[in-house]
Structures are given as C-alpha cells and as structure tokens.
Design a protein around this ligand. Sequence first.
Ligand code: SAH
Ligand code: DHB
Ligand code: MG
Length: 222
Amino acid sequence: MTTSDWAEVDRYLVDSLVGDGDSPTLAANAAAGLPAIDVSPPQGKFLYLIAKSARARRVLEIGTLGGYSTTWLARAVGKEGQVVTFEYEPEHAEVARANLDRAGVGDRVDIRIGAALDNLPVLAGEHPEPFDLVFIDADKANNANYVRWALKLTRPGSVIIVDNVVRNGGIANADSTDAAVRASREVIELIAAEPRLDGTVLQTVGGKGWDGFLYALVSDQD
Ligand code: SAH
Ligand code: DHB
Ligand code: MG
C-alpha cells in the first residue's frame, strides 16, 4: 500500500460516510497559500465525534491554521459551546476567521493570535471553566509543554488529543535526531509517567501519509 492508495480510501470514505467536511474552508486555505497540513476530513469527523461523545461544550485548540479542525470542533460543541483556539500567524488567523464565519460557527470561536506559550498563562489568568477537550496541533517541539498546560485547564474526565505523534514511524527510533520525533517521544513519556493521565496512540494512514493521534484521558485520581 502507498499514500496514493490510502488517499483513495480517504476519498471513498468522504463520499460514503464522512461528508465533505468543509471543503469551502480547504479551498479558501489553498487559495490563500496556507500549507495543506489540516487534519484530513475523516480525521476531522473523528475529532467531531470524540467531542460529541464527550459531550464537550468547551474546547481548547492549539494551532488553528485556516480553521479546518476548528470548524469540526465548533460544530461539535453546539450553539451554547465555545472553542478557544491559538494561532501564531496573524495571516492564518485571518483566513480562519473568514472560514469560521462563513461556516456559521464564528460566534462560538475565540481565536487568540500569538505564541501559545504566551497566551496560555493569559487564558489561565482568566480562570476559565475547565475545558472538556484539548486538541494540540501546533509547533511539535512544545507538545509536552502544551500537555502540562492542558492538565491545568481541564478536569477529571477531560480528553487531550495530540496530532502527528507517529511521524512516519520515526517514534520507534530512540536515537532519532529529528526534533519532531524527539518531541513525540517526550510527550508520550510524559503521559506514561503522569498519574493524572492515561493514554494511547492510534496510528493512522490516509491522504496525509503515516502518522497518528495521541489520546489521553485526565483521570479522577491524583
Ligand atoms: N489544526 C489545524 C492545523 C494546524 S497546523 C487543522 O487541522 O486544520 C499548525 C498551526 O500551528 C500553524 O498554523 C502554525 O502557524 C501554528 N503554530 C505554530 N507555532 C505556534 C505557536 N507557538 N503558537 C500557536 N500556534 C502556532
Ligand atoms: C505538519 C504539521 C501538522 O500539524 C500536520 O498535521 C502535518 C504536517 C508539518 O509541520 O509538516
Ligand atoms: Mg496536525
């Protein structure tokens, strides 16, 4: 099997089951020259279904890009829900704002521009209600820092998901010098060592190649 076979399966699934996600968003992202590193439509729907299963009303996202994953999450939280999403690049945030407004979910999304590690303490200082789900999908080197912040901003029963942790299988190599692989291993080892978190990684193939999601549950125990 090759990436093109996997992409063909993704296309079949989009046509048969997933729905088109939000193709106007993906088209606008391409027109604006954004990198095509959004979650795939089946993955976006999976995030939406996880958020619905968890009855999430409050979602925190780190890494907005053009708001494709944000749109799925914003649909899942419903009219009374809220998504707070952090984006470093003002140009990405501007494209995302237009996409979210066009998709009809703009009023439930708070986009905060800047480095997430600068904005996380600001958010924490607002003493927000705990987030039910955190989706981490930004600069991979900070994944462990983002999970530490997510722990402060959630409650027992909340879900933390980290995108792109498998890195074409690179995470099996303990001696890898690739910064993103090392960051994946760091966040996996953090979760293994953290008694308040229980986790697993689901490897994925698809139009975006071989990668995977880390899924962690914030536990009831200290
Ligand atoms: N979640 C999006 C894809 C995000 S791509 C989707 O699936 O549709 C990663 C994004 O993280 C990029 O837009 C990048 O600009 C942003 N990013 C990178 N470093 C960041 C940082 N330190 N703080 C916040 N966002 C960052
Ligand atoms: C990259 C980043 C992502 O979040 C992703 O899903 C795929 C690729 C990247 O930086 O290459
Ligand atoms: Mg990603």
